[in-house]
Design a binder for this molecule. Structure first.
Ligand code: ATP
Ligand code: MN
Length: 538
């Protein structure tokens, strides 16, 4: 782990030069000391560093850009997610961020993304703060022999203190930005200290390179396995349960967020996890709770006043409180990050309309349909304090990080499923017994029992019913889950209200699919929900 001869890399190629100190590949212990001395954070009771990320406590997707050039012009799926920026603007900002970092003591770290050496990239990260370097150390994969003279293929500069003074001139929206340049192999992050930008920009890089150059399917999913190599994948948008459900004391964690599927099987892109802390409870999520120890990085949490004990219910700074830890903080994890192809795939959705059954078993075309839909619901606040659910459709459960057209990813999944022998389940980790405000979120214990029954093969043996609107086949019984919970209608006070809500959600699915145009094959379209006529509704 220690750098060769304690040497320091030259960084002129990143426009970084000057006489300030370069902290190269320092241990997490040293970085924690710097963070505390520099006032970036404090030590919590369990030894984790608690830092605040500043103004931004989440990603700002509208300030993320990809350099439009010969390599990306005809390959990237341009739009609101993938916004273009010119090479000239990038070069200006690259020099400006380099000059800014030259005037500071900086933290340089060489790491790897991609646990399978056949599909990995090396990354040199240069960060303004020590806590960001701890994040990089925890989330990415450590090289066995970092050598300052060996220039990694990719570079990432992160300067939370730099903002562009004249954003319009360079095609930016405001002073902060994330820019990916695939030709230069450089990522610039400025004006934000939220570490999720570091992780998700490298994810975006992998999501471009792997399908185009290697025919590997990159996935926004968690993965775990057992001693027999029965792997499970957990797809889902933010907050649907990837990290929570993949941390399971009876199984081995491969990774909680980003994986690739190649002919060799599944490999993690990362070396650690980034878990939500809101409501974190030692009894309900013991693996994650106990991962918060020395070496872990807590973000934007508050202590119980007068103590160094995190109050996970205090979300006064943000609901998106997080902890970043290396994978070995989870007992029995697969530290090498590779495992066999999956036997079970879970699509997690937090349906705040309370319509979808807690679990259904999908046919291959239904799997394609729901993969392309990438549905979940967000419970967004409004001025009045009334909180209305909003349907979100995000292709492949990860549209925000996918530079290519959705069909590129969907077709790779189709090929992988074509082999057969893989069960795909749609799991609603959201609301039952009514929509948000009326019903309640399904108990985590029930969802865990559902996942367990699917993995042991018990669930498949149950009897199934077909949902009249969504066409989904859902089991009518499951160990440790009341039958009434499995039936989406039964717990609703009013059956007509249920079907009205189901129809409305079906309409949203159908409308969303229109944006994929002519390219969608007919069998996938046939897996679409069908709205019930109002007079035939029960
Ligand atoms: P991200 O992509 O942002 O990392 P994620 O998919 O990993 O999101 P989690 O961090 O697992 O999401 O968040 C799920 C949250 O929902 C946790 O705080 C968990 O405690 C809570 N939760 C409540 N009920 C359930 C349930 N039935 N199933 C899963 N999670 C639940
Ligand atoms: Mn997660």
């Amino acid at each position: 782990m220690n750098p060769v001869n304690g040497a320091i890399p030259t960084l002129d190629y990143l426009f970084i030069n000057g006489d300030k100190k370069v902290h190269y590949q320092e241990s997490v212990a040293e970085l924690v000391e710097h963070a505390v001395v520099n006032g970036e954070g404090s030590l919590s009771e369990s030894g984790a560093l608690a830092a605040d990320t500043g103004q931004f406590t989440g990603r700002t997707p509208r300030d993320r850009f990809i350099v439009a050039d010969a390599q990306t012009e005809d390959t990237v799926w341009w739009g609101d997610v993938n916004q273009p920026i010119s090479t000239a603007s990038f070069e200006h900002l690259f020099k400006a961020v380099g000059a800014y970092l030259s005037g500071r003591d900086i933290f340089v770290r060489d790491t790897i993304a991609g646990a399978d050496p056949a599909y990995s990239i090396g990354i040199r990260t240069v960060t303004e703060t020590a806590y960001q370097s701890i994040f990089v150390s925890n989330l990415f994969i450590q090289p066995t022999t970092p050598d300052p003279a060996n220039r990694p293929e990719w570079s990432l500069l992160a300067a939370p203190g730099y903002t562009c003074a004249d954003p319009q001139r360079y095609g930016l929206r405001q002073g902060n930005f994330v820019i990916i340049n695939f030709t230069r192999k450089v990522v610039l992050i400025a004006g934000t200290g939220y570490t999720g930008e570091i992780k998700k920009s490298i994810f975006s890089v992998m999501n471009f390179i792997l399908p185009l150059q290697k025919r590997v399917l990159p996935m926004h999913c968690a993965a775990n396995t057992d001693a027999q190599g029965h792997t499970a994948l957990f797809f889902g948008l933010s907050g649907t349960g990837k990290t929570t459900l993949s941390a399971d004391k009876n199984r081995m964690l491969v990774g909680d967020d980003e994986h690739g599927w190649s002919d060799n099987g599944i490999f993690n892109f990362e070396g650690g996890c980034y878990a939500k802390c809101i409501g974190l409870d030692e009894r309900k999520e013991p693996e994650i709770f106990n991962a918060v120890r020395f070496g872990a990085l807590l973000e934007n949490i508050r202590y119980v006043p007068g103590t160094r004990s995190p109050n996970y219910d205090d979300v006064s700074k943000t609901e998106n409180t997080r902890v970043a830890y290396p994978i070995n903080h989870i007992m029995g994890s697969i530290t090498l990050g590779q495992t066999s192809a999956p036997k079970n795939i879970f699509f997690l959705t937090a349906d705040a309309f309370g319509v979808l059954p807690p679990v259904s078993l999908l046919s291959t075309t239904q799997a394609m349909y729901h993969f392309m839909s990438g549905y979940t619901a967000k419970v967004a606040g409004t001025e009045e304090g009334i909180r209305e659910p909003k349907a979100v459709f995000s292709v492949c459960f990860g549209e925000a990080f996918l530079p290519l057209h959705p069909m590129q990813y969907a077709e790779l999944l189709r090929q992988r499923l074509a082999g057969g022998g893989i069960d795909v389940w749609l799991v609603n980790t959201g609301w039952v017994a009514g929509p948000y405000g009326v019903g309640r979120r399904i108990k985590l214990a029930y969802t865990r029992s559902i996942v367990k029954a699917a993995l042991t093969g018990v669930l498949k043996e149950a009897s199934f019913q077909r949902h009249p609107v969504f066409g989904l086949r859902y089991p009518t019984s499951c160990p440790d889950v009341p039958d009434a919970v499995l039936n989406p209608v039964q717990l609703w006070a009013d059956e007509n209200a249920y079907f009205e809500q189901a129809n409305q959600l079906a309409r949203r699915f159908i409308d969303n699919f229109k944006r994929y145009g002519e390219e969608v094959s007919k069998d996938v379209l046939d897996a679409s929900p069908t709205m019930m006529e109002s007079d035939t509704a029960v």
